[in-house]
Design a protein around this ligand. Structure first.
Ligand code: GLU
Length: 364
């Protein structure tokens, strides 16, 4: 255990009335500096820009108007960074601001550039502070909330753990407002029941609520990365957690760690379409680690090009894998069910034997 992604929510760092809670933020920088001194590498995903900007704009809650929200983010982001800068300077730590949109994750080249930059920062002992680039992000290129962003960043930097700091102690059996609500210590698998328990959206300043935290935990654990949701309002909890004490709710990873590339295919990319497979192809992909050949494809759905991400679906309609296709939907329409040796005859060219090579395929 070495590299940690620590997500810090808006509700811990700021409120519309008070603006940025610098005291709390500085307490967190102390906790993170303590663990960094013990040899851990920390990558922070921090919300709070919009909330910090609201106060400066004299607004009491998050505006519905997207332009205003983006303006608040632009105003608040510099205050947020300044507070991190000052907080960490007290412990002789340097920070760097990295702002991302979903485009930076879906575009392979930008994804790799972001990764190289983050690794370079870590190699210099600098603590990256990542946020969504809200002022330029409109719907199609938005992560939605920083919980999703944090799960993607955990995959991007090949984190050993994702820690989500929240305004509650973890996931409870029911809304923690109820007296008999109990903290769930650990979750082996994120079932639909667990998702239901987490139901409900965020507060006046935060975006996601517990539901989006659990979905982020699901994404990271499917990636093979353990997740802890815990309170960000109490000091020293991070050190306690890393000393092996029980803190918050632990989500067990349910898979071997995916390589960064396979994680990127599974979670970084949006699918452009789907191919339906016969039973033999499903077995070849899911249990034998094989590539997808045209002979196993029975149906194509959507319009996609070479290099796009497509879902692989069984006859029963179950999603079994996702991968990067070597042929467009039009071409697959013509070669589906055919032998590899027939590709060139049918299309007049052959790009490769496989429709999806196993190196570009993630079984889900
Ligand atoms: N990126 C937003 C901000 O910094 C927060 C999104 C979220 O709350 O998840 O204010």
């Amino acid at each position: 255990m070495k590299r940690l992604v620590i997500k810090i929510g808006s509700s811990i760092l700021a409120s519309a009335e008070q603006g940025l809670n610098t005291k709390r933020l500085h307490a967190i920088t102390k906790d993170i500096s303590d663990i960094a001194d013990k040899g851990y590498e920390a990558v922070i995903v921090s919300s709070g820009a919009i909330a910090a900007g609201l106060k400066k704009l004299g607004l009491k809650e998050k505006p519905k108007d997207i332009k205003l929200k983006q303006a608040a983010a632009a105003i608040g982001q510099s205050s947020l960074m300044w507070a991190y800068e000052q907080g960490f300077a007290g412990f002789h730590k340097k920070v760097a601001q990295v702002l991302l949109t979903r485009d930076d994750i879906t575009n392979r080249l930008r994804y790799i550039n972001a990764k190289n930059t983050l690794f370079a920062l870590l190699s210099y002992g600098v603590i990256p502070v990542i946020n969504e680039n809200d002022p330029v992000a409109v719907d199609e290129i938005k992560f939605g909330d920083n919980d999703v962003l944090a799960a993607l960043v955990a995959g991007l930097v090949e984190a050993d753990m994702l820690i989500i700091l929240s305004d509650v102690e973890g996931l409870y059996t029911k809304d923690p407002k109820h007296k008999d609500a109990e903290l769930i210590g650990s979750v082996d698998e994120i079932t639909p029941d667990i998702e239901k328990i987490a139901g409900g959206r965020g507060s006046a300043v935060s975006t996601g609520g517990m539901y989006s935290k659990v979905l982020a935990a699901k994404q990271a654990t499917n990636h093979g990365i353990p997740v802890v949701i815990m309170s960000g309002k109490k000091s020293r909890l991070l050190a306690n957690l890393l000393n092996g004490e029980k803190v918050g709710t632990y989500f067990k990873p349910n898979k071997e760690r995916l390589s960064s590339k396979k994680g990127w295919i599974a979670y970084g990319l949006k699918s452009k379409g789907a191919v339906y497979l016969d039973d033999g192809a499903v077995k070849a992909l899911t249990t034998q680690g094989k590539s997808l050949l045209p002979s196993g494809i029975i149906k194509v759905e959507g319009h996609f090009d070479i290099g796009d991400a497509v879902r692989c679906i069984s006859k029963e309609g179950k999603k079994v894998a996702k991968g990067l296709t070597n042929y467009s939907s039009q071409d697959i329409e013509q070669i589906k069910g055919k032998k590899t040796s027939e590709i060139e005859k049918v299309l007049g060219y052959k790009y490769s034997d496989e429709v999806i090579h196993r190196d570009n395929l993630t079984v889900v």
